[in-house]
Structures are given as C-alpha cells and as structure tokens.
Design a protein around this ligand. Structure first.
Ligand code: SAH
Length: 259
C-alpha cells in the first residue's frame, strides 16, 4: 500500500480532461482533498465514488495537511486534487513544504491547465510564426501581490501572447496596464469563462471593447483573458505558415522538395 500523497491536476473542468494516471490515482484513493470551488464535484464522484472527500475551499493549510497526514498514518491512499495543473496558481509549494517537514513522501501528477483549455475552445494556436513565439502566463496583482518587475504594464512591453489568470473581475485595470505596453486598442482579446465546462462562455473583441463586453456578459470569475495578435489569425487569415510542414523545408524526418 502506497504512503505517497499524490497531488493531481484535475484539468480545467471536463472530466475527460484529467490524465489517465490522475484518474487511476483517484480510483485507487481512499481519501480525496479537492478544491471544491473550482473542481467539479461530479468529477470526484465519478472517479472516486467510495473515497472520503474533503472540500478544501473552507479549510486552512493546517487542516488540509492534517487530512492528508492522517490518511497516510492510517495506511490509506490520499489524493490532493487541484484544478487545471497544480503548478499554476495551485498553492502546492506550501503544502509540499509541510509534508517535507513531516517526512511524508509525495508526487505530483500534471494536468491540463485552463490556458490550454481556453485555446482549445477558441480553436486557436498561441504561438504563430512571425506573430508571437512566446506565451506569458500571468495575473494582475490582487490580494496576492505580484513582484514589481512583473507588473502587467512591464510584461506588456514584450507584446507576446498573454494568458491572464485570476483577473477577469479587474478587466478594466488589465486593459489600462496593457495599453501602457506594446498593445493598442486594436489588439485582439478574448475571454473564456469555464473553458471545457458545459456552460463555457466566450467573449471576443479588442482591447478597446473587451472590458465592456465582459461586463455585459456578466462574467465575473473563473475566466481567462487572452490577448495578442495571434488571435487575429482566425479573423484575418494567417500571416505566415510554419516551416514544419512547408514542402521546401528539410528537417530530421523529411527532405524538402525544391521546385
Ligand atoms: N491551477 C489552475 C489555475 C488555478 S487559479 C489551472 O492550471 O488552470 C484559478 C484561475 O484559473 C481562475 O481565476 C481562472 O482565471 C482560471 N481558470 C481555472 N479554470 C478555468 C476554466 N475552466 N476556464 C477559464 N478559466 C479557468
């Protein structure tokens, strides 16, 4: 019997977007501590119908750690289930530090972060040749501070594709910060709420109108803001195709044909 606590990424919502490994660990779990505010209870019920389930939404770090350590002490298998991927705004480091302190082994199983679910919903590649080859995952400072050098207005100087978490309720401020950088009112923006859930919602526009559209749609949480010229591709066509599938481009696995 394993005495390893598993931190598992549940994926963005759709129960089929958990990894095969994550689903197996849930099926085998006796105890599941999950973030009830974001992870679908149905997903937990589907994969771990018999497990003792704790909703971490109303628990402190001490309480979640106690639930996991008690499970291990009782020889039970424990899963700490996080939304999306646990490494992105998952607050797992402090939980792992507690387990280190207590000498309890743990492992992390990745999940599909919501950025990628949102890109899938939009049917949008985030890295287009000659447009942007960089994706920045970031957030606006809220109650959790952001280091000064990572202020959104500083990040905005790069002009890369941005995926902004935890900030949709402050979208006016997001837009104001972005306009201090490389983006203009004409830069396309999209907001995807509850990506991969049955009630997902998409609002698309530009930095000039996205804030008003989001307010009008009544989107206030569990949404991502995507910004950047890559979003133009679906509306205005591609600027450049990748070399990977170009018939004249040779690489390790294919010889290009020069005509
Ligand atoms: N670890 C998670 C992020 C947790 S922080 C992940 O990898 O996705 C919570 C924030 O994630 C929310 O405020 C929202 O910005 C974003 N989020 C989580 N699930 C989402 C979903 N299904 N659709 C859109 N945004 C989501």
């Amino acid at each position: 019997m394993s005495s390893t606590v598993h931190f598992v990424g549940a994926g963005p919502g759709d129960a089929e977007l958990i990894t095969v490994k994550g689903a197996r660990l849930l099926r085998e779990a006796d105890v599941v501590v999950y973030a009830g505010s974001l992870v679908d209870r149905e997903l937990v019920r589907t994969y771990a119908p018999a497990a003792a389930v704790y909703d971490s939404a109303a628990m402190t770090l001490e309480e979640t750690t106690a639930a996991l350590t008690q499970a291990v002490a009782d020889g039970k298998r424990a899963v700490r289930l996080h939304t999306g991927d646990p490494s992105i705004y998952g607050a797992i480091q402090e939980q792992m530090a507690e387990l280190d302190r207590l000498g309890i082994a743990y492992a992390v199983v990745p999940g599909v972060t919501s950025a990628f679910a949102a890109a899938a919903t939009l049917k949008q590649e985030l890295t287009l040749p000659e447009v942007s080859q960089t994706v920045v995952i970031t957030r606006l400072a809220g109650r959790t501070p952001v280091p000064e050098r990572e202020k959104l207005s500083e990040i905005a100087r790069i002009g890369a594709t941005l995926v902004i978490y935890l900030s949709v309720s402050m979208i006016e401020r997001v837009v104001a910060e972005l306009l201090k950088g490389a983006y203009t009112p004409a830069t396309p923006a999209a907001v995807v709420a509850k990506a991969s859930w049955p009630d997902e919602e998409v609002v698309e526009g530009t930095l000039a109108d996205i804030a008003a559209k989001v307010k009008e749609a009544g989107i206030g949480k569990q949404a991502l803001i995507l910004v950047g010229d890559v979003l133009k591709a679906r509306r205005e066509g591609m600027k450049a195709k990748s070399l990977l599938y170009d018939r004249e481009f040779s690489h390790e696995f294919r010889k290009g044909i020069v005509t």
